[in-house]
Structures are given as C-alpha cells and as structure tokens.
Design a protein around this ligand. Structure first.
Ligand code: NAP
Length: 248
C-alpha cells in the first residue's frame, strides 16, 4: 500500500501550485513535510495549516533555492526538525517568458538559477544525508517543454532540459546507495504559473491535450507520492510525463 509513515520530506516551492499539492499528499500519506517557499509566507502558512489541520505534520521554511547557502540551510533545518530527510521534491520554479532575441540577461539567469541551479543546490545538500542513511527519494519537477521546446521560453526550456540531464546523472551516481532520482514532466497544469498566461496561449495548449482538460496539481502529486515511496524502489533515472497525452 502507498504510505509514507516515518518518512520526512522537503518540498521546494511547496507553498503553492504543484508543490503545495505534493506536500499535502505526502503528509496525508504519513510523511512529515517541510514546506519551502521564497517570499509568500502567507501561502506557506496556509499550506502548513491545511496539513496540520488534518492531523499531519508540517513546517514552513523560507529559503531561496537559487542560493547555495540558503539551500544548505533549508535541508539542515528540515533534518534538525525531523531527525533526517528521506524525500526531496524539487518543485520550486519560475518563468520569465519572452522571445530569445529580446531576452534580458537577468531573465535568462534568474530562470536557470532557480529552476536548474536550485535543483542542484538542494540535491547536493540532501545527498550527503541520504548517502549516509542509504535510502532516499529525489523527485524533480521538469516540464514537457524541456523535452520538446517552446517558442518564447528559451530560458525555461533550457532549465527544464537541464533538470532532465541532471536527473539521469544523479540517478547514476546515487543508485548504488538506495537513492532513486526521477523527474516528472508535467504538461499544462492549472496553477498561478499558467493562470497568468494569455487565454489564447492556454487555449492553444488545451487543444493539444488528448484527454481534453487541463491538468490539476493532484494529477502530478499522486505520481510524486508513488516515486517518493518504497513501491517505486526499482524505478530510477526516469522522466515521466503527466500531460494528458501531449507528448507520446
Ligand atoms: P507556482 O504556482 O508559480 O508556484 C511556484 C512555487 O515555487 C511557489 O511555492 C514559490 O514560492 C516557489 N518558488 C519560486 N522561486 C523560488 C525560489 N527561488 N526558492 C524557493 N521557492 C521558490 O508554480 P507551479 O505551476 O506550481 O510550478 C511548480 C513546478 O512545476 C515548477 O518547477 C514549474 O516549472 C513546473 N511546471 C509547471 C507546469 C504548469 O503547467 N503549472 C508545467 C510544467 C512544469 P513563493 O510562493 O514564495 O513565490
């Protein structure tokens, strides 16, 4: 049965959207969860309240994952609070869309630094703990546009393609110590991130979804829970799309 009793997890970007749903789901299955965010403390507290209100265990930890020192402190604080960290879900992510011809240096750097370097920073920090305990689950949230590209998102697509390469390399380095590393590539999921896109862009994405509806954060959260559990112990280095059938 899918359960995570006795496990502790860090979910980066766990305060909103896909990360929030993953954090709530992991806690519902019995894990203690550190809900990471960078600036919106109200959303993080609300997520923690939702978990603790249903009898789960959660704390909010502010940290900008793009900064190595803050990522180290995030993992150390969670390990201190819960005794260790068994599960890391790297969900923190941002977009700064624009045509590459006009893309500013800082738009490129912010996205790479948060979406790709952030995954490296947190994974490096947690790997020290997981290697010692010879058990770990790392789930990276990539994107289908990291597989197929998307006009107007050169920075974002590069960061998400980078996460795919990183996932495979980390799986190869850590597999012999009982640590699995997988990535989920969501398609069009209804969150604040996609809510700010123009209606025409959302309609266009929807037209390519075989199942005829946008994804919900829970659609991603169930796969993340499975990949965080003992049930997925023979799956590593995989990139699994949750996209209603866009990529096949
Ligand atoms: P969202 O609703 O905008 O939430 C983003 C989350 O990331 C928030 O909790 C935010 O914290 C946090 N965050 C942003 N920058 C951070 C940083 N530097 N350090 C720590 N936390 C940071 O986004 P979402 O749609 O749920 O996306 C979650 C992940 O899924 C992202 O990696 C995204 O690229 C990926 N994804 C999303 C879709 C989609 O359709 N929505 C599709 C494919 C992939 P604050 O609240 O403090 O800002």
């Amino acid at each position: 049965m899918l359960q995570l009793k006795g496990k502790s997890a860090v979910v980066t970007g766990g305060s909103r959207g896909i990360g929030r749903s993953i954090a709530i789901n992991l806690a519902r299955l019995g894990a203690s969860v550190a809900v990471n965010y960078t600036s919106n403390s109200a959303a993080a507290e609300e997520t923690v309240k939702e978990i603790t209100g249903s009898g789960g265990k959660a704390i909010a930890i502010a940290a900008n994952v793009a900064q190595a020192q803050q990522a180290n402190t995030l993992i150390e604080s969670a390990a201190e609070q819960f005794g260790t960290v068994h599960i890391l879900v790297n969900s923190a992510g941002i977009t700064r869309d624009g045509l590459l011809m006009r893309m500013k240096d800082e738009e490129w750097q912010q996205v790479i630094q948060t979406n790709l370097t952030g995954v490296f920073n947190c994974t490096r920090a947690v790997s020290r703990i997981m290697l010692k305990q010879r058990w770990g689950r790392i789930v990276n949230i990539s994107s289908i546009v990291g597989i197929k590209g998307n006009a107007g998102q050169a920075n974002y697509c590069a960061s998400k393609a980078g996460v795919i390469g990183f996932t495979k390399a980390a799986a190869k380095e850590l597999g012999s110590r009982g640590i699995t590393v997988n990535a989920i590539a969501p398609g069009y999921i209804q969150t604040d991130m996609t809510g700010k896109l123009p209606q025409s862009a959302r309609d266009e994405m929807l037209s390519r979804v075989l199942l005829g509806r946008p994804g919900r954060p829970e659609d991603v959260a169930w796969l993340a829970a499975f990949l965080s559990s003992d049930l997925s112990s023979y799956i590593t280095g995989q990139i699994i799309s949750v996209d209603g059938g866009i990529v096949m």
